[in-house]
Design a protein around this ligand. Structure first.
Ligand SMILES: [Fe+2]
Length: 313
């Protein structure tokens, strides 16, 4: 099997996961992301593994990000709604829907581990994003290690530092603890002065440090992108610190807490987070999401409003 990545420079290999950067890949040539394959994936993805979202194109308040549904619709109808409307289709854990994606996922990470000294990954996962022309993806922060792979279309991504004011400590603590969603914090257009900005074309893969908030705007064309998630010891340490800080937060108010991932205080937090997670097992928290629209290929926006209801995700 040929390599997924073009050669990775020593500078990029050295900086991987510590600063935003672009690598070149050939996933867009795999045939696994043409319309027929995407329609099959849409139909094979159960309700607990997809998000459909929308937000007006001129709104940059991430809290206006809306959640929808597409259950029961043919994949082709969903693709038609994406092409004409303003929606974002996010299919998660596609490696579980078809082993071919699982092979691609493992090949990608195995290759990164070979080409980037010291890089390790576990709990790998792969999503596909199919989104409308000029779609505006709300400012948000993800919890695991993340990369964004452009397959079809073109988009601009803004990547911001994973620290206040871009990402207040309480925001990432609440996201990690599932007290709030990943868009539940404030965006200020002045943040753009501190962003790394990349224009992605097919064959580009953007990578950034853990938790860096980001937002995306598509060019005037349908976009197909892949995201890959992973964990490793460094990512888990940061997760544990934010998790424990979130548990301590009600007792300390708004003051900054250390986010160090070494030393005795870190290990105390690591133990606290582990014990709390163990106690939570079996009653794992799910976040209630309000669903208030349904994909509708007959509508100009690609969706129709419905009577709101809650789902647990
Ligand atoms: Fe993201």
């Amino acid at each position: 099997m040929s390599d997924i990545f073009s050669s990775i420079s020593d500078a990029d290999a050295h900086s991987f996961a510590s600063r935003p950067l672009i690598l070149r890949h050939n996933l867009h040539e795999s045939g696994l992301f043409d319309d027929g394959a995407l329609a099959r994936l849409i139909e094979a993805t159960p309700r607990d593994r997809f998000h459909i979202n929308t937000i007006p194109r001129d709104v940059n308040d991430p809290r206006q990000w809306r959640e929808g549904d597409m259950s029961g619709l043919p994949g082709q109808a969903v693709l038609e709604a994406v092409a004409k409307g303003n929606i974002w289709v996010h299919l998660q854990r596609i490696q579980e829907a078809d082993a071919a994606y699982g092979e691609l996922l493992n090949q990608a990470f195995d290759e990164l581990e070979r080409k980037i000294p010291g890089f390790k990954s576990f709990k790998r996962s792969m999503s596909v994003l199919v989104s409308s022309p000029r779609m505006n993806v709300a400012y948000h922060a993800d919890v695991p290690g993340q990369s964004l792979w452009q397959i079809r279309g073109r988009k601009r991504v803004w990547i911001y530092p994973a620290r206040a004011p871009f990402l207040p400590q309480q925001a990432i603590e609440n996201i990690v603890l599932k007290r709030s969603g990943d868009t539940d914090f404030t965006f200020d257009p002045r943040f753009d002065e501190s962003a790394d900005v990349f224009d992605l074309s097919p064959g580009d893969m953007a990578s950034w440090p853990q938790n860096c908030p980001h937002r995306v705007v598509n060019e005037d064309c349908v976009n197909v992108s892949v995201t890959m998630e992973h964990w490793n010891a460094d990512l888990r340490a940061t997760y544990a610190v934010n998790y424990a800080n979130g548990l301590l937060r009600p007792h300390v108010g708004r003051r900054p807490l250390s986010q160090a991932t070494s030393g005795p205080a870190f290990w105390a937090k690591f133990a606290l987070a582990g014990a709390h997670k163990m106690l939570r097992v079996g009653k794992a928290r799910a976040l209630p999401l309000k669903v208030d629209f349904r994909v509708d290929p007959t509508s100009q926006s690609g969706f129709s409003d419905i009577e709101p209801y809650l789902v647990l995700k």
